[in-house]
Ligand binder design. Structure first.
Ligand SMILES: [Mn+2]
Length: 247
């Protein structure tokens, strides 16, 4: 039986990650994939990297992981937030992040990407707006996946847990975010993402009798501790997102 735990967008939230790993252990899941944006944010980047480096998982990098190891083509004044995360990471952790590919394949049927196969900055399933996310139309999703051979695509980036099936049977699963249940972002246009509760999200996908099933999991964890750390690091916005799952 093919069975995978699917994590994404941990964002340095070690408390949420521990809750998810405990649940994965309790369920006896042997295969774990991680879809990127693993350490970025005002929480515990180094502890998160250390915990994951010790695990036999299949991981890819996200757009906000790249900020930590890539030199921009045009030098820009790096944001204070990126610099803070970089300072907390050991060389070993940065090398580990840099070694993760942009996309990957797991087993025979799963394709992994952070955003879309071509871009870790593009939302595959959602159109974002200041009022939240709406589901993209299937033509857009199909076009983005034209080059992919595998029947199941696992993606992250939007932090919104979803499963979408296209005509013809292709399945796309976004497990949501382990570590950050709401946020606002100004790029490419101002938008907000909200799950509506602070629970740590991940998913389990299982193939049985030739079909894939999806379990969407939401776990309570010590989000007060994560929020407290965000506040201590000057990010009241993150603290509210962590505690409420709303912006
Ligand atoms: Mn991302």
């Amino acid at each position: 039986m093919d069975r995978y735990a699917v994590m994404s967008d941990i964002h340095g939230n070690i408390w949420a990650l521990e809750a998810v790993l405990e649940d994965i252990g309790r369920r006896g899941l042997k295969h774990i994939v991680n879809l990127g944006d693993t350490v970025y944010g005002p929480l515990e980047p180094q502890a998160t990297a250390e915990r994951l480096m010790a695990l036999p998982l299949i991981g890819i990098s996200g757009n906000e992981d790249r900020l930590l190891f890539e030199k921009p083509a045009v030098p820009t004044p790096a944001s204070a937030a990126v610099e803070r995360v970089k300072k907390r990471l050991t060389r070993e952790s940065v090398d580990w992040l840099a070694a993760q590919p942009g996309t990957a394949v797991a087993g025979r049927e799963l394709f992994l990407c952070h955003g879309t196969p071509a871009s870790d900055e593009t939302y595959l399933l959602e159109r974002a707006s200041p009022r939240g996310a709406t589901l993209n139309d299937s033509d857009f999703i199909r076009e983005q996946l034209a080059s992919v051979e595998q029947p199941v695509v696992l993606c992250g980036h939007s932090h919104i847990p979803r499963a979408v099936q296209l005509d013809g049977g292709r399945l796309i699963v976004n497990p949501g975010s382990v570590g950050l249940q709401a946020y606002t972002d100004d790029s490419p246009e101002p938008h907000a993402m909200e799950c509506g509760s602070p629970h740590a999200r991940y998913a389990v996908v299982t193939k049985a009798r030739d079909r894939w099933s999806i379990e969407a999991i939401g776990l309570p964890y010590e989000w007060e501790k994560a929020a407290e750390t965000a506040r201590r690091n000057g990010r009241n916005d993150w603290a509210i997102w962590l505690e409420r799952g709303r912006v």
